[in-house]
Design a protein around this ligand. Structure first.
Ligand code: SF4
Ligand code: SF4
Length: 92
């Protein structure tokens, strides 16, 4: 298991129950430098690092489980490249 798989495995353990319906976590994958800070900081395991051949680092963050998002905005504040924005959507 490589370090990315280990990280994804770790964040999956944080998913306890869905929180919302319709939140959109928008990630500009061109700005993403694959640092994984957002995935590390997300308390509910919404974000994983996924392979992305269009990104120069070959990986980018992706909101694989947006329904677990609590809209806390930690990932938005943490991203050094301002690559993430959140749309609330339909709420709970
Ligand atoms: S914190 Fe920003 S730059 Fe780092 S992986 Fe997440 S979206 Fe990409
Ligand atoms: S807003 Fe909070 S819960 Fe939602 S993806 Fe970002 S860090 Fe995770």
């Amino acid at each position: 298991m490589n370090v990315i798989e280990e990280l994804n495995e770790e964040v999956r353990k944080r998913r306890k129950k869905p929180y919302n319906k319709g939140a959109k976590i928008l990630i500009n994958t061109e700005l993403c430098k694959s640092c994984a800070l957002c995935a590390l900081v997300c308390p509910t395991g919404v974000l994983e690092m996924v392979e992305n051949k269009k990104n120069i680092y070959n990986y980018s963050a992706e909101a694989v489980k947006p329904e677990y998002c609590t809209l806390c905005n930690l990932c938005v504040y943490q991203c050094p490249d301002f690559a993430i924005s959140i749309e609330k959507g339909g709420g709970k």
